[in-house]
Design a protein around this ligand. Structure first.
Ligand code: ADE
Length: 256
């Protein structure tokens, strides 16, 4: 049944961000390692391993390393939610990372701020080829599935009017951003920042070190301000899993 030359690892932090994918898998087998369930099976014709990393950089880096070393994935995708870091990026929009930075890395005076020590890098680029497929998959989802898959009530509740797709910088750190002033500081450091989350740049570092093509796709759940925790919880319950499910379904149809 594995018709495609990929073994794709799919990581999300929380159950709600990946809900539905595992039930859709054929011949799924669960391997428990390091307190995480790695579910290996065939997802819409793709050899896939789905896993929940839990939140934060250590959790997601450990999960990514495991997927690469123990499960031999050829490609890695992180899917989940993020806070908006730009007025043009609204709740319900999708951001595909073109680059990722760890906003809490600071080893000055040993190395420049934000640089990952001994790599010479502060921004990790994601894989351009995966991004092209993701862009098309997410466009297809927004154009063709959104209205049928998310109820009118939820679209109204979350103000999901013509959500848009963005590509650009995502910043990760072990910090849930829940204040406008903290977000402003981050914007001062990274004027081109589109979204904030807690895992993507850690996965990016691991994939860079192992030479594994990867990308990160995030649905915007909140505005990284004082309301972010309230918006975040209810958004992931009602909306985020639908985005992830159908975008990955669309992606699987595009992969050669
Ligand atoms: N993930 C979703 N929203 C977030 C926020 N405001 N800060 C960090 N990670 C997030």
């Amino acid at each position: 049944m594995d018709r495609k030359p990929y073994r794709l690892g799919i990581i999300s932090a929380l159950q709600e961000e990946q809900a539905g994918l595992i039930t859709q898998m054929r011949d799924g087998k669960i391997f428990t390692r390091g307190k995480r369930d790695y579910v290996h099976g065939n997802l819409w014709g793709i050899d896939c391993i789905c896993v929940l990393s839990r939140l934060g950089k250590v959790a997601s880096a450990a999960t990514a390393a495991m997927l690469i070393e123990r499960f031999d994935v050829s490609h890695l995708l992180f899917t989940g939610v993020a806070g908006s870091a730009d007025p043009e990026v609204r709740v319900g929009d999708i951001v595909i990372a073109s680059e990722l930075v760890q906003h809490d890395m600071d080893t000055r005076p040993l190395f420049p701020r934000f640089e990952i020590p001994l790599t010479g890098l502060s921004r990790f680029p994601s894989d351009a080829q995966i991004n092209r497929y993701l862009l098309e998959a997410a466009t297809n989802f927004l154009d063709q599935d959104l209205l049928t898959e998310i109820s009118e009530e939820n679209r109204a509740n979350f103000n999901l009017h013509q959500p848009r797709l963005h590509q650009g910088l995502i910043a990760s750190g072990d910090e849930f951003i829940a204040s406008a002033s903290r977000l402003q500081e981050l914007k001062r450091d990274f004027p081109d920042l589109l979204a904030v989350e807690m895992e993507g740049a850690a996965v990016a570092q691991v994939c860079h070190e192992f030479g594994i093509p990867f990308s990160v796709i995030r649905t915007i759940s909140d505005n990284a301000n004082e309301d972010s925790a309230v918006d975040f919880l209810s958004f992931i319950r009602h909306v985020a899993s639908v985005y992830a499910f159908h975008t990955i379904r669309r992606l699987s149809a595009l992969l050669p």
